[in-house]
Structure formats: C-alpha cells, structure tokens
Design a protein around this ligand. Structure first.
Ligand code: GLN
Ligand code: ZN
Length: 756
C-alpha cells in the first residue's frame, strides 16, 4: 500500500479553542450580525486568530498541529456544510455565511437547527437534520482552505474533520429515517475529501469519532469496522488518525485496529487502561496517540504518573505520540492572563497553553529520557506537593459534619403527609401559578452590576438598585395575580458563579472563558478545595422580597449537581464527595431561609442530565450520588416547607427514576416540545408529587395566547390530577424582554383561572 509518505509524530493536541484569547472572534461575529462589519472583515479577524494560534503551537514544540477545528459557530454545523446536509429551509439564502448563520440561529421565518449538549460537556452543538431525501454532496472548501493557510505558514498541519459515524449518530432523522443507515453513502465523500486533502499537502488527517466511546450495539461495531476498512482502502490518501475521546473506546478499539488506518487516539484520563491497549494485538502496527494530558479540566498533569502510563505503552503499539485527551475547546486559553489568581492555586493549574507545554515535556522525556526535562519535572512535583498539603483542601469541620450525618439527613416525611402540611400553611388555589425564578435582566440591571464592579457605585448603592428591581418584580407579580412569587434574581450574574463567589473552596478567573455555544462563552469557577459557606448567601434578598407581599415568595438556590457541572471541579477526590460538600452548604442555606420565614425553597438542577455518564454501566452510581446530594441539600427543612426543583435543557427519558428520586414537592420541567411525554414517563415511574410542565416556551419572544395555554393545561390535566398540577413557563425569564413577559404571564394567569 502506498499511502502518502507520512512520519509518525510525537506531540500533539486533538483540537483547539477558537473564540480568541480575548474573545475576539465572539466580538467580530456579533459585530457582523448587527452589520457593523462585513463578511470580509470578519474573515480577516478569523484568519489572524488562526495564524497566531497555529504558529504559537508550532513554536511550543508540537510536531503535528490540528487544523480545521476553527469554527464560526459549531463543528457539527461545519460538518453538515461539508457534507451538503444543511436543511432545505436555508437553501434560498444566497450568501454562504448568512446561510450558515441562519441554520445556526434562525432568520426571518426560518427555524434554526436544534441545539444540544456535546456528550457530557457543557458545549452545545447544532443537531444536523437528515431526511430520507437528503442528498449528500462534498463541499470541502473550509478544510482545504484552512489546510493551505496553515501549510503556507510552515505549520505541520493535520486537518481534523468529524468522522462519518459520529456525524450520523448525533444527527436527527427528521422523517423517522435512521441517519446511521446512510453511512455507506458518506464513504465516497470522505474518500474524496481525504484525497483532496492529500493533494493539498496533508500527510495525516484526523477523523473525530467520540461517539465510539458510547454503548454501541454489535451491528454498530461491525459498521465501525466496515466504514474504516473502506475509508482506509484507497492507496492515494493521507494517513488516517481516528480520534476517540471522552471515555473508553471498548469494542470499537478492536474494530478500528482491524482496519488499515494508521493511528488511533485514545483518552487515558477517563478510565482507559494500559491493558485495554495490550488486549488489542492489532494495535502493534498503529500509531497510538495517547491522551494523557486532560483536555477537560484545568489541573496540572501529574507528569510522573503520565510518564508511567506512557512507559508501559511503549512497545505495545507501532508508535506512540503524546496528546491531550480531547480538544482544548473545553478549557481556557492560557494562565498567562490570570495575574490576579492566588499564586499557590495558580501553580496547580494548567489551561490550554500550559497543557501544550506538558505534552511537549512528556514527548521530550519519552524521546530523550527524563534528564532532558529534569527542571520541568521538579517544578511539577513541587506544585503537586503544595496542592496536596494546602490547608484549604481540607476543612475538618465540614468533613466531620458530613460523616456525622445519618440516613435521616436525606429523608423527609411521606409525600402525602408533607402535601397536607404545606397546603394548610400555604392555602394555594388548585393549579397554582408561579415562575421559574429570574425576571428579565434589563440593561439597567447589567449597567448597575458593571458600575459596581468598576467601583463607580458603592455596595450600598448597588444594593438599593437591586432592591428597587426586586420591588418592581414583586409589584408586577401582585398585579398579575400570580400565586407563588419570586424575587426575580436581579443580583445574579449567573446561577452558578453567584454561589461560587460566596463559598470558600471556589476561585474565579479573570479571562477563563470557554465556548458554550456559538458566541456564548462562560467563565466556569474553579472548585479547588473543601466547600464552606461562611455566611448566608440569599437570605437578605429573599426576605426583602417577602417583606413586600403576603403571598409566599420562593427562595431560589442552585443545586449541588448543577454547581459541579458548570465549574472546573477538583480531581483529587471522587465527585460524589465534592457533591456532598456543596449539598451541605445549600442545605444550610435552605434552613436559614426557613428560619427567616420563607415557606417555599426552589433548588434548581438543570444540569442533572448533563453529567450522566456516557456508558450505561456507570449510570446507576452517578444517579445514586447525584440524587443523594440533592436530597441532602433539601431534607434539612421541616415537612411544612415546600421544596421545588426545576429541570431543563434535556431529554429526560433516561433519568426519570432519578427525578422521582429527588422527592421534591414540586418539579417544574422544560417540556414545551415533548410536554406530555415527560409527564407520561413520570406517571409510569409512579411519580405522585407536584409537577409544572412548562406551559409555554420562553426561548421564543412570541407571546402565547390564553386559548393556547388553556388547551395545553387541559391536556396536562388528562395526565396529572388537579391537586398536583402547577402552572408555570418552562424556564427562567432572564433573557426575555419585560413587555413580552408581562403579556405572557397575564395570559398564563388568565388561562389558569379559566381552567380552575
Ligand atoms: N432559577 C433559574 C432562572 O430562572 C433557573 C435557570 C435555568 O433553568 N437554567 O433563571
Ligand atoms: Zn430552565
């Protein structure tokens, strides 16, 4: 076989962040959307960002650099463009860039593609739509263009494209057809693409197949083998690296190894062991790209441990390259910008740039021996030792309190008994109306927060402004006639960051942005030590709101699982232990709210589904500890205090039993799309607590009519008895405009009254 001549490489990463070190791309794209710059100006910004990044990676010592993981919005959408699989509804848009953004965000009377979470990360991808009549066709301009650009800079470029199986597995069949059944149609397109990339100068091409770390059927494993046997058959092609990440590839590893591909990337930070590799003799002819530097967390790598793993792998494969476990998309660019971080904490961390250095250090050690990197190893060992012994990692009070808790700490009285006690106290009408917590975050609120941050207004002035907002929101709810009120959350920048800033054991970064979706970026806090709540976090705001009304005001808290999911969490103890510590802090807050006279407390867990392990065998353990953490957080209050929870952003099918297990008195759930399915599933699971299946979709600015909401409530009553049904929108209102919110809620209250 005469595959394009290729040298095995030794040091790489699987993919790159793209928002720009200072979110330059985000700004440029948003400027393009509002017409402040044109397409050419946007392309100039993008090209400069790519050039800086690629040359820096080469300078840092990588001998193979991923190219093409750049995106104006999302890599799955890019792949849909590549394969000619954009939905027909955008086809009429002439300009390619505008067509692309229309698929991503919608346009005048065009619905965007659906968005959902990328495996178990907080990154959201766009779900390609495949219909029986979708005709695939290759449009390779983006990967070819970015390859040529990189080669012109002298960068050892390795084009990266999402593989056909992951593309199809994550796509959605819009007419009931199964996208995966179309894989044989994609083979010729990928072959054509590989050939064109080779012609343009690529010696290696990486095909990303993270879907191979999920549970696959025997037929699917056979399909892996068949697809890659076909892709690796032609002789005129670059060497093929198939990248698996986010977990153990399991049987897919043998299937891949049985084909003629040249390399396989494996994630060693998520349970893959050296014996998994030794168990596949066919790997002896392949380059193994060993992901020993974690691409998902922010912690410095234990280089000695990584070298141990690499050392044992030597000899069992045809070649060995050092890599990050996944793309660096999921971590901030560089620690260099974090000048304000506590120096000890800073020494324990590695962001994107530092992870690249770790990869190079490990590759040098493999090639030249550890003496060649003696200084790096010494520094790394010292940092790790300082982390192990830092006093902030162990708080004996919290640990003692947790170990003293017995089984009663997660138990409340039977649901029916609680319901009676709560009803006696709250005197709510049937079909009580409420909202999920936040009200519109108006420009005035954001201005006040910025002014406070910049020192332009005092803490007292800021507090007064927020109180003003709360008073307005309470007055509005009184006027509209809602039954259970909220304070509106004006003081919260973000539902996790707000709590992280007030808890010991967390640190905030200044520039640690990561892409969440499109131009939306988040700055996850770093949970590094034992979690302690020095003082109440929300009581003052909630009791102020309660002082303005006789109606019950719900206290609003974020649950332990969501706090973990949206932070960078310490890796030196099991997640379950960290969850219990966070739960204890939330529990203390619920008890303080109750003591201050608050009768209802909501603990949001929108990320419950997100952390669900990708493999079924690991799911029961996760569901057990996550449910326990929620119950620990919510069982400290008396039976007369009503606990609410809110779930959103996902398909709940797989976690229905866990939702029942939370044992919250009332669960509001985002279900505008499949409302009755969730309710039916809950009924089938024997759920008999309060439930508020969102009666309208807050993600759209459209105001639902009274008739619409009435119809939806009547439908809900078919499945849920009146004494358990709550009436609420499907999610928080912070992204909506005040006028829409007022009209929508007015209609909602009117519909509830009509149905009563
Ligand atoms: N209480 C939060 C809010 O209303 C819940 C946010 C969410 O569902 N993600 O904004
Ligand atoms: Zn929500």
């Amino acid at each position: 076989m005469t595959v394009t001549s290729h040298n095995p490489f030794t040091a790489t990463v699987l993919g790159l962040p793209r928002i720009g070190p200072r979110r330059e791309l985000k700004r440029a794209i948003e400027n393009y959307w509002v017409g402040r710059i044109d397409g050419d100006e946007l392309r100039v910004v993008a090209e400069a960002l790519r050039a800086d990044q690629l040359t820096a990676l080469q300078a840092a010592g990588l001998d193979s650099v991923p190219v093409g993981t750049f995106s104006y919005y999302d890599q799955m959408l890019d792949t849909a463009v590549l394969l000619g699989a954009l939905p027909p509804r955008v086809a009429g848009i002439e300009d390619p860039l505008d067509r692309y953004f229309a698929a991503a965000r919608g346009a005048e009377s065009i619905e965007p593609l659906e968005m959902t979470k990328w495996f178990d990360t907080n990154y959201h991808y766009l779900v390609p739509e495949i219909a029986a009549d979708t005709e695939f066709a290759l449009h390779p301009e983006k990967p070819l263009g970015e390859l040529r650009e990189a080669l012109a800079l002298g960068v050892p470029a390795r084009p990266v494209v999402i593989g056909p199986l992951t593309f199809l597995k994550l796509a959605k069949g819009v007419d009931g057809s199964d996208p995966l059944s179309r894989s044989s149609e994609l083979v010729p397109l990928y072959r054509d693409l590989l050939r064109q990339l080779a012609d343009a100068g690529a010696t290696w091409v990486q095909l990303d197949e993270p879907a191979l770390v999920t549970d696959l059927t025997d037929d699917e494993i056979a399909l892996v083998r068949e697809t890659y046997a076909q892709l690796s058959q032609p002789s005129e092609r670059p060497a093929i690296l198939v990248a698996t990440y986010f977990g153990r590839p399991g049987a897919a590893l043998g299937a891949l190894a049985a084909t003629d591909i040249e390399g396989i990337a494996v994630d060693f930070t998520r349970g893959t062991t050296v014996s998994d590799i030794a168990g596949v003799p066919a790997l002896s002819g392949k380059l193994l790209v060993a992901g020993v530097v974690n691409g998902r967390n922010v912690w410095r790598t234990d280089l000695d441990q990584a070298l141990g793993t690499l050392g044992t792998l030597l000899g069992s494969t045809g070649g060995l390259a050092v890599s990050t476990s996944s793309s660096l998309l999921h971590v901030p660019y560089s620690l260099a910008a974090e000048t304000e971080l506590d120096p000890a904490l800073r020494s324990w961390l590695a962001f994107g740039a530092e992870k690249v250095t770790e990869v190079r250090t490990l590759a040098t050690a493999l090639r030249e021996g550890t003496e060649a990197v003696a200084d790096e190893l010494t520094t790394a060992r010292a940092a790790l030792a300082s982390r192990r012994t830092d006093a902030r990692l162990h708080n004996e009070t919290v640990r003692a309190r947790l170990s003293a808790l017995g089984p009663d700490a997660i138990r409340r009285a039977p649901a029916a008994q609680r319901r009676a006690l709560q009803q006696e106290r709250l005197q709510l009408p049937p079909l009580p109306t409420t909202t999920i917590g936040s009200y519109p975050q108006t420009p005035a609120i954001r201005k006040a927060r910025a002014a406070f941050r910049n020192g332009e207004i005092t803490a007292e002035q800021y507090r007064e402004r927020m109180r003003g907002e709360i008073a307005d929101v309470v007055a509005l709810q009184e006027k509209l006639g809602l039954d259970v009120l909220v304070h509106g959350e004006p003081e919260r920048n973000d539902m996790v960051q707000y709590f992280a800033e007030q808890l010991d054991g967390f640190a905030a970064t200044a520039h640690g942005w990561v892409q969440s979706y499109g131009t939306r970026c988040v700055r996850p806090p770093i949970l590094f030590g034992d979690v302690v709540r020095p003082e109440p976090m929300t009581v003052e705001w909630i009791t102020y709101a309660q002082s303005l009304t006789d109606k019950p005001v719900k206290g609003m808290l974020t649950g332990p699982v969501t706090i973990l999911a949206w932070s960078f969490v310490r890796d030196d103890q099991p997640l379950a232990d960290t969850a219990r510590q966070v739960a204890l802090a939330i529990r203390d807050e619920t008890v303080d709210l109750q003591s201050a006279g608050i009768r209802i407390v909501q603990v949001d867990e929108p990320a419950l589904r997100e952390l669900l392990p990708l493999r079924a065998e690991a799911q029961p353990d996760y569901l057990d500890w996550s449910v326990t953490a929620f119950r620990l957080a919510t069982s400290g209050v008396s039976d007369a205090t009503q606990i609410h929870t809110h779930l959103c952003y996902s398909e709940f099918g797989e976690v229905i039993d866990a939702i029942a297990g939370l044992d919250a008195d009332v669960t509001s759930i985002e279900a505008a799309r499949s409302r009755m399915e969730v309710v039916d599933d809950l009924n089938a699971a024997g759920f008999d607590l309060g439930v508020g299946p969102g009666v309208y979709d807050i993600h759209s600015p459209r105001v639902p009519s009274v008739e619409e909401i009435t119809t939806s409530l009547r439908a809900a009553l078919e499945a849920i008895p009146a004494n358990r049904l709550w009436v609420n929108p499907d999610c928080g209102l912070k992204t909506r405009g005040p006028a829409e919110v007022e009209s929508a809620l007015r209609n909602m209250v009117e519909a509830a009254r009509a149905v009563r």
